[in-house]
Ligand binder design. Sequence first.
Ligand SMILES: Nc1nc2c(c(=O)[nH]1)N[C@H]1C(S)=C(S)[C@@H](COP(=O)(O)OP(=O)(O)OC[C@H]3O[C@@H](n4cnc5c(=O)[nH]c(N)nc54)[C@H](O)[C@@H]3O)O[C@H]1N2
Ligand SMILES: Nc1nc2c(c(=O)[nH]1)N[C@H]1C(S)=C(S)[C@@H](COP(=O)(O)OP(=O)(O)OC[C@H]3O[C@@H](n4cnc5c(=O)[nH]c(N)nc54)[C@H](O)[C@@H]3O)O[C@H]1N2
Ligand SMILES: [Mo]
Length: 743
Amino acid sequence: MRKVTTGGGWPAIRYALQMARRSGGILRFFKAMRSPNACKTCALGMGGQSGGMVDESGHFPEVCKKSMQAMAADMQGSIAPELFAAYDLEAFKRFSPRELEMMGRLTRPVYAGPNDSHYRHIDWPEAIARCVATLKHTRPNENFFYASGRASNEAGFLLQLFARLYGTNNVNNCSYYCHQASGVGITSALGTGTTTIVLDDLEQCDLLFLIGGNPASNHPRLMRSLMKLRRRGGDVIVINPLRETGLVNFSVPSDVRSLLLGSPIASIYVQPRIGGDIALLSGIAKHLVEIDRVDEDFVAGCTELWSAWRQHLVDLPWKQIVAESGVPRSTIERVAVRYAESDRTVMAWTMGITHHVHGVDNVRAIVNLALMRGMIGKPGAGILPIRGHSNVQGVGSMGVAPALKQAVFDRLESHFGVKLPQTRGLDTLACIEAMADGKLRAGWCLGGNLYGATPDAKTASRAMSRLDSIVYFSTTLNTGHAHGRARETLILPMLARDEEAQPTTQESMFNFVRLSDGGPARHDGPRSEVETIARIARGVLGDGGPIDWRSMQRHQNIRKAIAAIVPGYEGLASIDDTGKEFQISGRTFHQPRFPTPSGRARFHVTPIPRNPCGPGELLLMTIRSEGQFNTVVYEEHDLYRNQERRDIILMNADDIARLGLRVDQGVTVRSRVGELHGILVRSYDISPGSAAMYFPEANVLIPQDADPLSRTPAYKATVVTVGAETEHSSQTVRLTVGAGTSA
Ligand SMILES: Nc1nc2c(c(=O)[nH]1)N[C@H]1C(S)=C(S)[C@@H](COP(=O)(O)OP(=O)(O)OC[C@H]3O[C@@H](n4cnc5c(=O)[nH]c(N)nc54)[C@H](O)[C@@H]3O)O[C@H]1N2
Ligand SMILES: Nc1nc2c(c(=O)[nH]1)N[C@H]1C(S)=C(S)[C@@H](COP(=O)(O)OP(=O)(O)OC[C@H]3O[C@@H](n4cnc5c(=O)[nH]c(N)nc54)[C@H](O)[C@@H]3O)O[C@H]1N2
Ligand SMILES: [Mo]
């Protein structure tokens, strides 16, 4: 393979054309990409009424490979009708995520009962009748409802509304595996739960901290903003244990100069140990105090609890900061000095921050640092959790969560004249635990791949198999349909966003609400998420109750309800008439007044976590490659990291030598909960003591430890040992995502 030294660029463009050909022609493909629908992949926010490939400042063309992969997947032909008869349920477990995805679109409901050896087709009336029967024959709290972040606001709202009127708060979404720590952390400090800025603020900042994220792969369109920031003389400080090619240099495909020459991204690249962020951020904060560069006026006028944080910093020994961050004091001081020179700083972060047992404290440490220099509450400065799924934030705003915000709860009750359950709902991980304990009987998954996303794959599979019933609302097959089966499993084929007969809406990570027009269905058979939920609800709760479920099949009626119920979403009431997309009110902070009880932002003391590794152990992060979207793997190679396969462990050269290993040697990686054999050692520029493997395969190794405050699993910090393959273990090599591969 040719060594890749810059992200983006020609490979991205070549890839686009390849995808286009696969989907039945370049014209057809780009017409689909340009249709007025919100982009299907990350939550940066693209498309909508201004047409696809346009960003929130109106820039065109904004493209990324992932959005093309997702589009090409949706444009596939349907699954061959004989497929389910040809392979039994055990055979399905041996398919890779890529093979399952590429089998085609689901177009007919698929079912397997306790005595079935194969999945088989059933018709829609039978499928709906089965769903209704399950809900009628179980108690509400024996059910849980999970949504991925691809669902529309309308579907998300309806799902949680139905679940609550049915009688349970066991409602959650993939955010509990993703940015929940951000929501909890920001709310505790600022009283708001999302970013404080809009896309335009990125055009005005002079410094951006990019902490624990790899947008070159995962949010490629952000790279344009970073390129422009560097061009206007600003800086990007990257904090990441692993040196990501695309964060060093990136070729923005939509910019000719950048495409030809590449664009430098990181001004300073700091490589702490995994989990060393609080130590590092505290060190930067301590040095600000030492050089007297705290914004005292802001701190006195707009914040509270400063003195406790200040005292903590003063008392903190540099020795501890350096030891626990793995970063030399001189580097920490250099970063602090650059930060002190900035007038407008944005602090952005992703999963390297949230996927820890101290995820919320990680977020608070970032907010502390921003507050110390008055960097929240003015234009061009603020905090930016870079969200995952294209509508994960909207699904959260719609109340697909165990506990509703008080205002939403009250307005739901008064708007519909209903009483909602007050019992404690289960978050996502708690659902898996309750399944394992036999306390749940039925699951309802609106999109996503709950099995593939859950830590400790073997335990997850076992837990799900204890359910009587699981129902998946899906567009394509994934590993969950093979390894996440219950006694009865039902897969309902869904329309993709741009195939919906009625418009839907989505919320971007910048709190901008977009209207997606939908479009013609590509296949006969799949149904809309909303229609399906409404039909099931009607079958279970009947006509004549407080909610007319039939009228809820009309998205416009759902939007009217959302506009009346969800604060900031008032603009949804008129969007069908005006087509006017809008910024959610009350979420952007260009003034330093915050919706906390005192109106002030709060500092939090964030203790420095200790490195949990003993001698001979490594701390393992699980990461995404450029060619995958979460549990859906489109390509086996990882372009930017120059790896041609996924069954590898990236390690620091010194660790490889220290452990007596060599590059490309087959090893067994062991954790407290599982082991993987036949993994190849690769040398990579990653901080000593840290290692990286690919999600979802490595979920076999990840224990279900979670941050107690946000319940986000610690996917980025598993203690592992890496040992030479013994003869016995090398016989069981092949790595698949199957729960069965762990010993
Ligand atoms: N192509 C593509 N795009 C995607 C997705 C995808 O799977 N593929 N998924 C979408 C979703 S749902 C999400 S949530 C986002 C995820 O986007 P990211 O968060 O960028 O994705 P990860 O691969 O989880 O990478 C986390 C980064 O954190 C770093 N890291 C790991 N541990 C630590 C740590 O302790 N400290 C610090 N500072 N850094 C650390 C890793 O080196 C890596 O660069 O992307 C979205 N976009
Ligand atoms: N080890 C490890 N585990 C992780 C992570 C990690 O970094 N490391 N990351 C975590 C994160 S950040 C997240 S967000 C979760 C992701 O968890 P999920 O969101 O549950 O998983 P996805 O893989 O995104 O789900 C993909 C499936 O969604 C379905 N789908 C796609 N489009 C549509 C649509 O339009 N409608 C419907 N109804 N279905 C659709 C398809 O069937 C596809 O197979 O994983 C988490 N798990
Ligand atoms: Mo995510």
